[in-house]
Write a protein that binds this ligand. Structure first.
Ligand SMILES: [Zn+2]
Ligand SMILES: [Zn+2]
Length: 563
């Protein structure tokens, strides 16, 4: 018998066991690295296309997969052989009923929830949910705890774009290598680089869709089919989002890619020019998107623009923006070092930025008040300024800019005295506290900060953490207007769970002709790679090279920073 026909345990099941073990270990006095390792392995297993059960049966080397070491490999083999883990069962049997209830929700941190139980004098998930709904958790334990619990109790059907990147590669390989499709191309929200996606959509070419569907049902051991029709299917992936496939023929490939990439608003505006896309199936051929655009005398519309703003009209008028790309970026303006909460020294960060081909890097460690991120004291920042001057004299092939991520304090003042701020090449100023202020107060706080002549770039403007915490409410139009008037700038923070400014807010700034930095907020040399997410967001906001601060050489930039 083909072992693939007898899968009894899917990757999702295995991931659930590993995640439960991590949760239970966290209630013990276990090494946090070990707990993290189990959590990471669970996430890895959830995205893998190969059936882990098959891999174990074939005695494959599990440690060949990133995130799976010897110990976790043998735990996985035990799960496949016995359906569970001895260690997990022992901990489960020893756990109190409260803990046992909590681990049914893999994203809840049992320690934090137990603290909430104690404070609120409750002992069940049902009571927890009730207290969340009636606002008690937020009132008594604060907004962070409320967010954690809300996140843990809701079934997530959304995923951050950067997490979907690995999944996209795995699914695409599976479609081509295992399902035998002739062509598979990703479309939908993912192709438009939306920061959070709820499904992963592939356009595929095959003669045998039913065979592809039944292969996909074995993705990761087992992936349930949700719906199917004669030319499409949807599956519930273990990672929580839907996988959709759409059949397309070679001579209509471009038409299908257009039809399954654009947002609904975009497709409506397009159809107003082309007639309904469905009826175009009888015309053509439209083997490529370019062929279809050409037929209707439209310029090529980049996927990131297909949102239904003004892009169809501009394609007709041939006035589409020439979108910024990663290779236009000449330097980094937001990066941390070991002086505050970064993992690499100033020299290491500078060397990595130089290897990336950058001309400059600004070191923006946290300011004195941000104790939680080891904010730099006034005295230490003065020393750091002299240290960077000496490094630059030695000329290491990159200019290191003296800067800081300066906290905007509750009253709108900046967290360093002016005579120190003056010594910096520029500043990034951000809010890291008092998120709870009302919209007007929070807006006024930022406007007051911008009145300081040493304020240059507003860091992660709204403080949002995607899928975790909404941004504080701001009157962005007032802020953009004030920035324009006082010569301040914005950033798109490329950290995949921030991407702040949002594309919408970045559009507002661009329309007011206020330049925007695309920054990574790197806390290690590895994180320079996050730039592509910020660039994707900038492209969604229709930014051109001339709209982006760090596409300028330093000699031009320094003039903009002097107010
Ligand atoms: Zn920050
Ligand atoms: Zn930062």
């Amino acid at each position: 018998m083909d072992p693939k026909d007898s899968n009894t345990i899917s990757n999702a099941d295995i991931a659930d066991r590993l995640a439960s073990l991590a949760q239970l270990l966290s209630t013990q006095k276990e090494n946090p690295y070990k707990i993290n390792a189990y959590q990471r392995a669970a996430a890895k297993v959830r995205t893998m296309s190969e059936s882990i059960e098959d891999l174990v049966r074939d005695e494959s080397d599990l440690t060949a997969y990133a995130g799976i070491g010897e110990a976790i490999g043998s735990a996985i083999r035990e799960i496949v052989r016995t359906g569970t883990l001895g260690k997990l069962e022992t901990l489960r049997s020893e756990a109190s009923p409260e803990i046992a209830g909590i681990i049914a929700y893999p994203r809840l941190d049992p320690k934090r929830v137990m603290r909430a139980y104690k404070t609120l004098n409750i002992s069940s998930v049902e009571a927890l949910r009730e207290q969340l709904e009636n606002g008690q958790i937020e009132a008594v334990l604060g907004s962070r705890m409320a967010q954690h619990i809300r996140q843990g109790l809701t079934d997530s059907h959304a995923m951050l774009l950067y997490k979907a990147d690995a999944l996209r590669v795995a699914v695409e390989e599976y479609l081509v290598d295992k399902c035998g499709v002739r062509r598979a191309e990703v479309a939908g929200d993912y192709r438009r680089r939306k920061e959070v996606i709820e499904d992963l959509m592939f356009v595929v070419e095959t003669d045998d869709l039913p065979a592809v569907v039944s292969k996909l049902e074995r993705y990761g051991g087992r992936t349930p089919l949700v719906t199917s029709s004669k030319d499409s299917a949807a599956f519930a992936l273990a990672s929580g989002i839907l996988l959709r496939i759409q059949l397309a023929w070679p001579n209509k490939w471009g038409l299908s890619m257009i039809a399954f990439t654009g947002s609904a608003a975009h497709l409506r505006k397009l159809a107003a020019l082309t007639g309904s896309l469905k009826s175009l199936r009888l015309e053509g051929p439209f083997a490529t998107e370019a062929a279809l655009y050409r037929q209707f005398k439209l310029a090529f519309i980049e996927p990131e623009l297909r949102e239904g703003y003004d892009e169809v009209r501009r394609a007709k008028e041939n006035t589409l923006p020439c979108l910024v790309t990663g290779s236009d970026i000449r330097g980094e303006l937001h990066a941390h070092s070991t002086s505050s909460d970064g993992s690499h020294s100033i020299e290491q960060m500078a060397a990595a930025a130089r290897d990336q081909g950058y001309e400059y890097i600004g070191i923006t460690d946290h300011s004195q008040s941000l104790k939680i991120a080891r904010g730099v004291t006034v005295g230490d920042l003065r020393k750091q300024i002299r240290f960077i001057d000496r490094l630059n004299e030695r000329s290491s092939g990159i200019r290191i800019l003296k800067s800081a991520e300066v906290d905007i304090l509750a009253d709108g003042s900046l967290d360093y005295p002016d005579d120190l701020l003056r010594e910096l090449d520029y500043t990034v100023c951000s809010i890291h506290s008092r998120f709870g202020l009302g919209k007007t107060e929070q807006t006024d706080r930022i406007l007051r900060a911008m009145d300081n002549r040493y304020f240059n770039i507003l860091g992660h403007a709204t403080g949002r953490l995607l899928l975790n915490r909404p941004g504080y409410e701001l009157d962005m139009e007032r802020i953009v207007g004030h920035a324009k008037q006082s010569g301040c700038f914005f950033e798109i923070n490329s950290s995949p769970d921030r991407l702040d400014l949002s594309a919408e807010n970045a559009r507002l700034a661009r329309e007011a002709e206020v330049k925007i930095a695309i920054s990574t907020d790197a806390h290690s040399t590895r994180e320079f790679g996050l730039l592509r997410y910020g660039v994707g967001q900038a492209r969604r906001a229709a930014l051109e090279r001339s709209d982006v601060l760090n596409c300028l050489p330093w000699n031009k930039l320094t003039r903009l920073f002097r107010r």
